[in-house]
Design a protein around this ligand. Structure first.
Ligand SMILES: Nc1ncnc2c1ncn2[C@@H]1O[C@H](COP(=O)(O)OP(=O)(O)OP(=O)(O)O)[C@@H](O)[C@H]1O
Ligand SMILES: [Mg+2]
Length: 256
């Protein structure tokens, strides 16, 4: 099988400076791939290129062999790319289940007229969506929070809710931007288990940005290392941990 995601020679320039240059990556079916690098290396910028927030200055992005050039963020979501953000973005006053159902909304087959007039098709879809949302919450052990306001959840659970919202769009590729940021070690362990569970239960590919090395090394099959917008290493966790260039640029610095 060919790759789910392939980036070739991606480059984006902001005000004369290349935030990302000659970026290449392949993410296979069912694979968990890590994207690491020091602060400002260009990791989130890669996600913004993949999701169409930024247009590349040059280079090609393909999802399941389809060229994404010129596609909007919404079109890419329909193609099967979902993401979470470095800073939590939830509807904090909305209930947990409504947060999940809100993510289904652009997948529903009823029209605005159906919804406004509350026609049977609307209720049927709504019921199905509620059940699906409950199932998702169940997988993540979050049913007990279904009717709580999202903003009242413990921090780790808010992060998990973000992932559930991304999954609700039924993606082929899930992009996680620092999902363990701000978590304590127990929450991080729990998250690591959850990410493995998601891949196995939903058969999706995951590209993960993370500073927590125990999580990255524990869960990723392949890792790409960025430094000043350029790929300085690519390989298995074992290869990356031993790579002197990586140690110099990143791991070494963090150890100081
Ligand atoms: N819209 C933009 N305009 C100008 N510069 C930008 C823009 N977006 C990102 N940059 C620059 O690109 C570089 C890479 O930023 P990016 O957010 O991708 O880093 P990062 O690897 O995600 O860092 P962190 O680990 O801190 O999240 C930074 O120097 C940043 O200032
Ligand atoms: Mg970032």
């Amino acid at each position: 099988m060919s790759n789910v995601l392939k980036c070739e020679h991606l480059r984006v320039v902001f005000g004369g400076l290349a935030a990302v240059s000659d970026f290449n990556i392949e993410v296979g079916e069912n694979q968990i791939v890590g994207l690491i690098g020091p602060n400002g290396a260009g990791k989130t910028t890669v996600f913004n290129l993949l999701t169409g927030v930024y247009s590349p200055t040059s280079g090609v992005i393909t999802l399941c062999d389809k060229d994404l050039a010129g596609m909007s963020t919404i079109a890419r979501s329909h193609e099967g790319i979902a993401r979470t953000f470095q800073n939590i973005r939830l509807f904090k006053d909305m209930s947990v289940i409504d947060n999940v159902m809100n993510s289904f909304n652009n997948r529903m087959s009823y029209s605005i007229a159906h919804a406004m007039l509350r026609l049977p098709k609307y209720w049927k879809e709504e019921e199905k969506a509620r059940e699906k949302a409950m199932n998702l919450l169940h997988v993540f052990n979050m049913e007990r929070y279904a009717h709580e306001a999202a903003g009242n959840l413990p921090y780790g659970s808010q992060r998990r809710l973000e992932i559930i919202r991304a999954l609700a769009t039924n993606p082929k590729l899930l992009l996680l931007d620092e999902p363990a940021a701000g978590m304590n070690p127990a929450e991080t362990d729990n998250l690591m288990e959850t990410i493995g569970k998601i891949r196995d239960a939903y058969h999706i590919s995951i590209l993960l940005i993370e500073h927590d090395m125990s999580l990255v090394m524990g869960i990723c099959e392949q890792i790409t290392v960025l430094n000043f917008g350029e790929v300085i290493a690519q390989g298995t966790p074992e290869q990356i941990q031993k790579d002197p260039v990586v140690i110099e640029a990143y791991l070494g610095k963090r150890r100081d």
